[in-house]
Design a protein around this ligand. Sequence first.
Ligand code: C2E
Ligand code: CA
Ligand code: CA
Ligand code: CA
Length: 275
Amino acid sequence: SKADGGGTYRFFELDMDARMQARRSLELDLRKAIVTNEFEVYYQPIIDVKTGAVTSCEALVRWRHPERGMISPMEFIPLAEETGLIVPLGEWILRQACTEAAKWPSHVTIAVNLSPAQFKSKNLVPAVTKALVSSGLPAKRLELEITELVLIQDNESAFAILHQLRDLGIRIAMDDFGTGYSSLGYLRSFPFDKIKIDQSFIQDLPHKEESLAIVRAVVGLSSSLGIVTTAEGVETDEQLSSVTSEGCTEFQGYLFSRPQSAGDIGRTLSEQATP
Ligand code: C2E
Ligand code: CA
Ligand code: CA
Ligand code: CA
C-alpha cells in the first residue's frame, strides 16, 4: 500500500541519516585522535626466504578508540583520505616509524605505506626528509610502499615525486601487486625496487592453478628486471614452501608473525641479532 511505501521510504532516509551521523562522528573522533595520541604504529617482520632472517618491517597504523576499542585501518584510512587527515597522520606515522627503525640493527629496513592524498599534498618530500633527519635514519633504510592508485590520478607529478624520493636513496615498493588495472604497465614507467604480491594470490597457493601461474609469472618478470618480490599474507607452511619453490625473495605473514608493538619488535630484532 501507499502508506507502507511511505513508511519504508522514511525508514530508509533515517537509516541513511544514521549512517551519515556515524560517519560524521567517526570523522570528529579521527580529528581528535591525532591530538589525544590514540594512534599507535605496529610493525610486521618481512623475512628473507633463503636465510630466514628478518630483512625489514612494515609499519601498520592502529587506532585505539577510547570507546570503540581497536579500529581497523581498513575502516579509518579511507575516511582519513577523504578528509585530508591522512596528511598529518601520515607524517606522524613516518616520524614514528623512522624513529623506531633507527634503534634496530642496521641491516633491518622500515617500510611505510603512502596514500594517494599524501602525494597530492605537495609536502611529501619535505616531510620524508624531515622524518629522516630528525630520526637520524639513513635514507637507504627507508622503503615507501605505494599502490597503483597513487599513479592513476595525476600521474606526471606522482612520478616526479617518486623520482625525487628515489634520488634521496629511498627504495620504492609497489604494494598489492596484481589487484589493479594496470600493475604491469607501471613497471615500464618507474624503476620499482620491490613488488609485493597481493595476499589474495598467496592465500590460494598451492592449489589454485591460476594463482600459482600468476605468482610464477610475476616472479619471473621481476627477476629479469632485477626487482625483489615479497609474498604477502603467508599463513601456512604449505604456502611458504610454494612461494619458496617459486623463487620469491621474501615473505610476510601470520605464519612468521603478526604485526607487533614497537617494544615487542625491538625485542624480536635484538634477539635475532645476538646468536
Ligand atoms: P597493506 O599495506 O596491504 O598491509 C598488509 C595487511 O595485511 C595488514 O593489515 C596486515 O596486518 C595484514 N596481514 C599481514 N599478514 C597477514 C596474513 O598472514 N593474513 C592476513 N589475513 N592478513 C595479513 P592491516 O594492518 O589491517 O592494514 C590494512 C591496510 O590498511 C593496509 O594494507 C594498508 O592499505 C592500510 N594501512 C595500514 N597502515 C597504514 C599506514 O600507516 N598508512 C597508510 N596510508 N595505509 C595504511
Ligand atoms: Ca603495504
Ligand atoms: Ca599489501
Ligand atoms: Ca592491501
